[in-house]
Design a protein around this ligand. Sequence first.
Ligand SMILES: [Zn+2]
Length: 423
Amino acid sequence: MSLILKNTTFVHWETLDFSRGHIKVEEGPDGSFTFYKDFGEVDISPEDEVVDCGGKLVTRSFAVGHHHTYSALARGMPPPAKTPENFLEILKYIWWNLDKALDRDSVEASALATAIACAKAGATFVIDHHASPNFIGGSLELIAQAFDKVGVSHLSCYEITDRDGLDKAAKGLEETERYLRNNQGLVGLHASFTVSDDTLSKAVGLMQKYNSGIHIHVAEDEYDQQQCMTEHGKRVVERLHDFGVLESSKTILGHCLHLTDTEHEIVKNSEAFIVQNTESNLNNNVGFFSSKGLGNRIMLGTDGMHSDMIRSAQAAYFVGQSKDEIDFRSAYDRFVMVHNYLKVNKFSGDGDNNLVVLDYDPPTEINQNNFLGHFIFGFSSRDVQHVISDGRLIVKDKKVCRVNEEEVMEFAREQAEKLWKKL
Ligand SMILES: [Zn+2]
């Protein structure tokens, strides 16, 4: 069975060319599609599904460069016993409290809810960074199964850290190795300030053994740099560079807010990609991202705050007006850079047969020349009508097709209630 999108206005995600016609989508990982000007030329079998996309825009679906499945059940949770006064206290009182309370069921509920939110916001690929210190073994496989059920492709890692003791660090390394043996994935590290030289060295060993990359938070707050200088006598990027972290084009550096010019230069001249998470930085009051001197391998993420990549791109643009060098084109380039990251590193699940159909009906004309103005000021995840992942519909008429959303949400709310009682 093939999927046929009839009467589309197709927008090429790189050239922004507009073409009217019909699309026959190939099914399966890393597939493609065929474009027809004339519907009469489309080779249709009786079992094929034809979806009329008249008046709608069709383009490449989205991908999330940095997500945290584990925070899905945090929305509306009770406030911490003590109000955090700085970044380290935000981690200690909120996030490290939440992730320790996660068990098998709540991780599964978090992953299903996250995958549904991503799919409905037009994302068919998610790069996730997971932590559940009291349910480490098997957590990555469980998340993978949840994402597969919804139909969203993934590149996961477990957040290895010494923050809960060396036993948990060892379990994180074990879980990473078990997962990388059979799956595409990354080696996750929390951040330089919670990782000893020994753990960092073991993580890089796994990265090299499985030809993977490191996914780590870098200088999200000034504290990361202060701790690194005190403990190791060097800056965070210098430390990562010395250990070989930056030698892989699969490596992802999250945030990169508090870097010196020398560190910018090291990152720019390395193979690593950067992922910017504007709204999370605003929420944690840790500073502002600037692309100056960092090169152009910059992607966007949501940092677990939500699953809406259009919102992440618009936030990067607006906040960047006073804090960054960013225009319509560079905001869009960062939005789609994740596709380049996945392609150059030959990860599976982000082929040309990943598409989104947008029901976008602006009061002004939209064309190749002003597409980016509409992208920044007009587009919204609410416009996502259908989503095609690996050639198959995973969202049709704004509803997920492959899992029962009501049942998942009921399960998620049950798990959230149980989780919140443990906080
Ligand atoms: Zn993060």
